[in-house]
Design a protein around this ligand. Sequence first.
Ligand SMILES: NC(=O)c1ccc[n+]([C@@H]2O[C@H](COP(=O)([O-])OP(=O)(O)OC[C@H]3O[C@@H](n4cnc5c(N)ncnc54)[C@H](O)[C@@H]3O)[C@@H](O)[C@H]2O)c1
Length: 374
Amino acid sequence: MNCLITGGAGFIGSHTADLLAWQGHKVRILDSLEPPVHPERKRPAYLSSAFEFVQGSVCDKNTLSGALSGIDIVFHLAAYQDYLTDFSKFAHVNDFGTALLYEVIINDRLPVRKVVVASSQAVYGEGKYECPQHGVQYPSPRPLSQLTRRDWEIKCPICQETMRSLPTDESVVNPNNQYAVSKYCQELYALKLGRRYDIPTVLLRYSITQGPRQSFFNAYSGILRTFSLQLLNGRSPTIYEDGQQLRDYVHVSDVARANLLVMEQDAANYRAFNVGGGAVATVLDYAQLLISLTHRSTEPTIGGQFRWGDVRHIRSDTSSLNSLGWKPAKSLEETATDYLGWVQSQPDAVDTSAHAAAVMRQMGVIRDSSPESS
Ligand SMILES: NC(=O)c1ccc[n+]([C@@H]2O[C@H](COP(=O)([O-])OP(=O)(O)OC[C@H]3O[C@@H](n4cnc5c(N)ncnc54)[C@H](O)[C@@H]3O)[C@@H](O)[C@H]2O)c1
């Protein structure tokens, strides 16, 4: 197959490219080499010279049209994903870019056989919960006043009792921030236009994806890169809230396998699948794991700060993708070990987390809490 990967110079795209090439497919990459992922705006050294590379944006019609010529399968991974308040940029890259992709395929009558769209667990917002009295709930974000007084857990919207988080399946979405809204909107463009014009389309909602090549220049998010860089630079990991937040993590090689699986299987067409679910840990346990793997004698810093917009707990139910034959192969420890090995081999790996934290504080993303503020 001739495959186009938008955003293929990035983390997940480059691993998907390697797997496709290994299985005998031809790979073309369309990537605008955005900073901070590519600070020097150069084709990364890890991209095989066997891949055709087009530098340009998914928001440019002529570039997209050229990149799509002769393509059977599109993996649409290019995205703007950050933690800042430039809301319109999320809509521009993630939604306009996706609408333009289908516009070019349809108007140029291109024989594209399938589009695989990289979506995110973020579309679930707070995800699925259970109240002992009122059953399953899909709650709204916690109010600022609750977080300010260090009351971290999600309450039942009916009785205000603390609820239990459940693995979240694909059935209910509830996006709550600019990134999540843009990813859900991207899903709607892809699925609705795909169905209407008979372009088989699959949506993959990745959990937190980790592994080698994850850019360390962007420290606004990414627990593994942030904690690793803090520890490798002699600092202790900064924990927001109380560290008891549950998350699920998936190795990038497992995500690349999911991309190829849904490319191959017609049963995946016009559906959304969670990709993750295997490795679940609290933020604090993850910090302790990294302290142990980096052989540091420090303790995580829990300073009463929180990030306005973070969800409390989220973990994906991957039964749907499991039923197509996918199962994550890598444990959390293997994932962290792989990343640490890679980051330590990079001469330009710098800890940008303090700068990122200062920017987020200035923008009102990082805030202080106090037990006395109730
Ligand atoms: N990494 C995760 O944990 C995660 C989780 C859920 C979903 N996703 C989704 O997976 C996809 C890939 O994420 P990643 O982690 O590999 O990100 P990444 O930042 O490493 O790679 C994204 C690539 O897209 C390119 N890009 C950005 N804007 C572009 C544009 N306008 N035109 C062309 N290229 C552009 C960037 O230069 C970069 O190389 C994204 O759609 C993201 O939303 C990632």
